[in-house]
Design a protein around this ligand. Structure first.
Ligand SMILES: NC(=O)c1ccc[n+]([C@@H]2O[C@H](COP(=O)([O-])OP(=O)(O)OC[C@H]3O[C@@H](n4cnc5c(N)ncnc54)[C@H](O)[C@@H]3O)[C@@H](O)[C@H]2O)c1
Length: 254
C-alpha cells in the first residue's frame, strides 16, 4: 500500500457492514484516521489497526449532529465521508407496506442526505474533500422484487449529481459507487430469501462476463481511489462496478 490517504480523516456510515468494514480496513492501511459509524459495533477488524466506533443511526438527525461533533472535537476536520449504510427489502410494490417504503427511504436516502448535510461544515475544513455515496446498478436497471430498493438507489444517484453541482465550487467532490453483486451479508440474505444458495451462486457467476461476483475489497479499491487526491478531477459520476454484468445484451446469455 502507498499511504494514499495519509493525514486524512474519514467517516464511514455502515462501517461495520460487509462493504463498510472493507473500506475502513483499506483506509486504515492507507494511513487515514477512520471513524466507523454504525448501529452495531459487531464486526471489528481483528489483528489490524482499528477504526474509532461511533454508534449512529443514519435516520436520526441528532445522531448525525453528534457524530460530526465527535469528529470535530477529536480531529477538527473531515476529508472523506462514505455513505455506505443501507438496507434491502425484497418485495414488489404490491407487497411493500408504507412502513417498508418509509424505512428503506429513511436509511438509504434520508441517511445519505443527513450525514452529508451535517458533514459539509467539517468537509470545508478538509483537504480535497470527497463524499462517496452508495447507489447500485439497481438504480439504473431493475432486479425483480426489489421495487423500493431500486427507487431508493435511483434517488441516491440523483442526489449525488445535485450535491456534486452544489459543492464542486467549494472544492468538494461527490461521487456514487453503483455495485452489482458483491459478496456480503446483504447478498447472502437475498440468496437465502430467493432459493437454494449453491444453485444461485453458480447461476450468478455464470451471468457475469468475469464469471464471479465482486468482493468487498473490490469495492474498497474504487472507494479508496475516489477518496484520494489522485481522483481530484472525478466528481458527479455514478461508478458502476459489476464485473461487466450490465455491459452485455440479454440474448448473449442463451
Ligand atoms: N452487497 C451488494 O451486492 C450491494 C450491491 C449494490 C449496492 N450495495 C450497497 O452497498 C452498501 C453496503 O452494503 P453491504 O452489502 O455492505 O450491506 P451489509 O448489510 O453488509 O451492511 C450494511 C450496514 O449498514 C448498517 N445499517 C443499516 N441500517 C442502519 C442505520 N439505520 N444506521 C446506521 N447503519 C445502518 C448495518 O448495521 C450494516 O453494518 C449499501 O448501501 C447497499 O445498498 C450493496
Amino acid at each position: 500500500m502507498s499511504n494514499m490517504l495519509s493525514g486524512k480523516i474519514a467517516l464511514v456510515t455502515g462501517g461495520r457492514g460487509g462493504i463498510g468494514r472493507a473500506i475502513c480496513a483499506r483506509f486504515l492501511r492507507e494511513g487515514a484516521t477512520v471513524f466507523a459509524a454504525d448501529l452495531t459495533e459487531e464486526g471489528t477488524l481483528s489483528g489490524e489497526a482499528e477504526s474509532r466506533f461511533i454508534k449512529y443511526d443514519v435516520t436520526s438527525e441528532d445522531d448525525a449532529r453528534a457524530a460530526m461533533a465527535k469528529v470535530a472535537e477529536e480531529c477538527g476536520k473531515l476529508d472523506i465521508l462514505v455513505n455506505a449504510a443501507g438496507i434491502e427489502i425484497e418485495k414488489t410494490v404490491e407487497q411493500t407496506s408504507l412502513a417498508d417504503w418509509n424505512r428503506i427511504f429513511a436509511i438509504n436516502v434520508t441517511g445519505t442526505f443527513l450525514a452529508s448535510k451535517h458533514a459539509l461544515p467539517l468537509l470545508r475544513q478538509g483537504q480535497n474533500a470527497s463524499i462517496v455515496n452508495f447507489g447500485s446498478y439497481d438504480g439504473f436497471i431493475a432486479d425483480p422484487g426489489l421495487a423500493a430498493y431500486c427507487a431508493s438507489k435511483g434517488a441516491v444517484h440523483a442526489l449525488t449529481r445535485a450535491m456534486a453541482c452544489d459543492h464542486g465550487p467549494e472544492g468538494i467532490r461527490v461521487n456514487a459507487i453503483c455495485p452489482g453483486y458483491i459478496d456480503t451479508p446483504m447478498l447472502r440474505s437475498f440468496f437465502r430469501d430467493v432459493g437454494d444458495i449453491e444453485t444461485l451462486d453458480t447461476a450468478v457467476r455464470g451471468v457475469h462476463p468475469l464469471r464471479r461476483y465482486g468482493t468487498p475489497e473490490d469495492v474498497a479499491n474504487l472507494v479508496n481511489w475516489l477518496a484520494s487526491d489522485e481522483a481530484r478531477y472525478a466528481s458527479g459520476q455514478l461508478w458502476v462496478l459489476d464485473g461487466a454484468l450490465t455491459a452485455q445484451v440479454q440474448q448473449m446469455r442463451i
